[in-house]
Design a protein around this ligand. Structure first.
Ligand SMILES: [Fe+2]
Ligand SMILES: [Fe+2]
Length: 346
């Protein structure tokens, strides 16, 4: 994929330091993180080259501040969001409410925008409190269950909301609304710049309000661009395993899997411990594949001969195909080793 076709959210998901660059250009990387670099540059009349140069520069800074959230398990990420970002909102809300209340009383006469800022803030935190409860009581527990069960116990994975896409759709809409409210607050406060007659409370309140908005951006980014899409993928993988077909013969399985998009044959190259793509002759590491489905068949002449068909897919190579591991046909213990490496990705 060309860099300009990559999503803004994907950049930030890989390296959170790039968020500062997007912020500098006024690009929304959390709620609208699904836009490509090309799209945001066109919309904002920014030179793609300038943006990419800044992104490269920030990535070269070499500090260790960037946390690789992408590599975290989904239950860990849900715990982290809850403990760090949800608790932050709960703890900071009463403090900021008090500050804004005081500001309205003392400075409201000269700075009318303070009333609207307080109104927007109160509306946002009111909605966020309910929003976070929905995540904590419904969505996150389901994500944790999926991670724990890996689909093994189907009965524990029958949510009353149907698919996880439904609550996620609702959460995304709510993120959009709150993101919009804070955009309004930022614009009303002229990006949190205090007027010349500002007192210390004014300064502290604006600093805290800015910190609150930054924290909300990271919070929404972690959900919109990492936790939610990965949870949808996990649910799909689990449901694929559940709806596994049953086939009478090897050829019936191969024909149906081909129809369902598993169109590549991957012979096993034992000497190099890799798979070979039958279309391009490329050698591919089994570590980059997931096993989506497995089918076992008894040999026709000797029931001791077993043929196993693996339907496999790789996001990295954007490929779906079939590995046939037939004892007595193709296989020996060496190719089984490769298959067991594949199986570790289940
Ligand atoms: Fe949240
Ligand atoms: Fe959320």
């Amino acid at each position: 994929m060309k860099t300009i076709e990559k999503n803004v959210g994907a950049f930030v998901a890989e390296d959170y330091r790039t968020a500062a660059v997007f912020q500098k250009y006024g690009i929304d990387f959390c709620c609208k993180g699904n836009k490509t670099i090309n799209e945001v540059c066109n919309n904002k009349h920014i030179l793609v080259e300038d943006l990419l140069n800044d992104l490269t520069a920030v990535k070269k800074q070499g500090d260790n501040q960037n946390i690789d959230y992408q590599s975290w398990s989904l239950d860990l990420l849900a715990d982290y969001i809850e403990k760090k970002h949800h608790r932050y909102i709960e703890e900071t809300t009463p403090v900021l409410k008090q500050y804004l209340d005081k500001l309205c009383k003392v400075h409201g006469r000269n700075h009318h925008e303070l009333f609207e800022i307080a109104e927007q803030f109160n509306a946002a935190v009111g909605e966020l409190a309910t929003h976070m409860k929905k995540e904590e009581l419904i969505l996150f527990p389901y994500i944790r269950k999926m991670v724990k069960s890996k689909g093994a116990d189907e009965n524990t994975l029958q949510p009353n909301f149907g698919t996880i896409k439904n609550p996620i759709k609702m959460m995304l809409q709510e993120h959009d609304i709150e993101g919009g409210r804070f955009m309004k607050i930022s614009s009303l406060s002229n990006s949190y710049s205090v007027p010349i007659d500002a007192c210390n409370t004014y300064r502290t309140a604006y600093l805290l309000l800015k910190e609150f908005e930054d924290d909300l951006h990271l919070h929404i980014h972690l959900e919109n661009n990492i936790l939610f899409p990965k949870s949808i993928e996990l649910e799909e993988r689990i449901s694929q395993k559940r709806t596994k077909r049953s086939y009478e013969t090897v050829s019936e399985a191969v024909t149906d899997l081909t129809k369902r998009g598993y169109t590549t044959d991957f012979p096993v190259l034992v000497e190099k411990e890799c798979l070979v793509c039958n279309k391009t002759a490329k050698e591919l590491s089994p570590d980059e594949f997931e096993i989506d489905e497995t089918y076992r068949f008894e040999g026709s002449s000797d029931p001791g001969d077993e043929i196993i068909i693996f339907a496999i897919s790789s996001k990295k190579y954007n490929m779906k195909g079939i590995v046939v591991n037939g004892y007595g046909v193709y296989s020996n213990s060496e190719s089984s080793k490769i298959v067991s490496r594949l199986a570790q990705h289940l």
